[in-house]
Design a protein around this ligand. Sequence first.
Ligand code: NI
Length: 150
Amino acid sequence: MMRISMSLPKKLLSDFDEVLQDRGYSSRSKGIRDALNDYIVRYQWMNEMEGQRIGVITTIYDHHYTGVMENLAEIQHGYREEISASMHIHMTDKYCMEVIVVNGDVNQIRDLTEKMMKLKGVEHVKLTSTANGESLDPEHSHAHGHSHVH
Ligand code: NI
């Protein structure tokens, strides 16, 4: 085991402690280890996807944060081919939610997702996707789509 020290915003730590308490963790270190593992697995999972995907990117941001709306728009305009549609929801006085429907090469979709994740003012970004079926030839879909009953 290695020891590290880190600084965290008060609110983040108190929210984290609350979750740990709800989940019955007695050790903050154990909670942080599990959270780091989840983070790593989620990243690896996103990186292992390949091919043509269809899905949804959900993002929540503080629209008062200077430049965040312009930056989000700027980024999305670079992925016009992959973005089929988007919807904006004025969630609260402070927060907006954007739901972006994507369809295309997973490398592009991943780049788009990661660029949004890095933006200041953006509090949440989640990509959910599945194979878009474009690569399935008729034989392949036959093999998966029908089972023979004997
Ligand atoms: Ni809004």
